[in-house]
Ligand binder design. Structure first.
Ligand SMILES: C[S@@+](CC[C@H](N)C(=O)[O-])C[C@H]1O[C@@H](n2cnc3c(N)ncnc32)[C@H](O)[C@@H]1O
Length: 245
């Protein structure tokens, strides 16, 4: 059956980077977050996987048990690798409890319509499907000086005309404005939700991104991650110097 034509947002996403550029970007992130040391036979699920070049990067690093989840059949139809991909909503994952070792999200959480409710739903689902000790890797936009400069440059039509990648980025941003702004406005809420539910292993903030890995402890159930529960949130440090801890 033919997939529906891409929406305006999907068309901008598909032209933002070439598959080769995406592959290089995902490999860089995975290496920086320590993925080369993760067991290669781990069961890995990439959530919000889009057209699946994150899965291709994982395959490139030697991971063999790969799955992807995305809401868009049109984007998933662009994926040609060997991972098993399903169309599903990441707020309700189609996997049994404690059945996966690693969950990854790259650029998906800032699409959730309701914050913190939908974020808590996804985090709760990730906790549910991960085995004790399992890892959760998150890479999402973060308001840093670099991001402000990129959007400032993108506010000039001439810059967008001269640089098609910037035009694609600004088109996506315009079309996802509500959820994007909502996400960028609530860094403390986001970190409190992540770090209230997973023990932080790595964290970098810089170049307009949060890059983070946490591990699921043995305790069952979701902690009160949203407001007031869980462990004390660390103070986010927005800087393009690349804060790490
Ligand atoms: C910015 S794209 C990122 C795709 C991919 N991770 C990448 O970096 O190339 C966001 C993706 O999230 C998907 N998405 C949005 N809401 C979703 C949801 N509730 N459940 C699953 N996928 C969702 C969209 O279809 C889109 O493919």
């Amino acid at each position: 059956m033919r997939e529906p034509a891409p929406t305006a947002w999907e068309a901008a996403y598909l032209r933002f980077e070439t598959p080769e550029e995406e592959l290089r970007k995902f490999l860089r992130r995975l290496r920086r977050l320590g993925a080369e040391q993760w067991p290669k036979d781990a069961q890995v699920v990439e959530l919000f996987c889009g057209r699946g070049n994150g899965l291709n990067a994982l395959q490139h690093l030697g991971f063999t048990r790969l799955e992807g989840v995305d809401l868009s059949p049109t984007l998933l139809a662009n994926y040609t690798g060997t991972a098993k991909c399903v169309v599903a909503d990441c707020r309700q994952l189609p996997f049994p409890d404690a059945s996966r070792d690693i969950a990854i999200v790259q650029g998906g959480l800032h699409h959730l319509p309701e914050l913190p409710g939908d974020l808590e739903r996804v985090v709760s689902e990730v906790r549910r499907v991960l085995r004790p000790g399992g890892r959760f890797m998150v890479v999402e936009p973060w308001r840093t000086p670099f991001l402000r400069v990129v959007h400032w440059v993108g506010s000039f039509r001439v810059a967008r005309r001269m640089w098609s990648k910037l035009d694609a980025l600004e088109t996506m941003t315009e079309l996802e404005r509500t959820t994007y702004e909502q996400w960028l406005r609530q860094p403390e809420t986001v970190l409190r939700c992540l770090e209230g539910n997973f023990a932080r292993e790595r964290k970098f903030i810089g170049w307009g991104k949060l890059m983070w890995v946490g591990r699921r402890n043995a305790e069952r159930g979701m902690r009160n991650a949203g407001l007031g529960g869980g462990t004390q949130p660390p103070t986010p440090t927005p800087t393009d110097a690349g804060v790490s801890s």
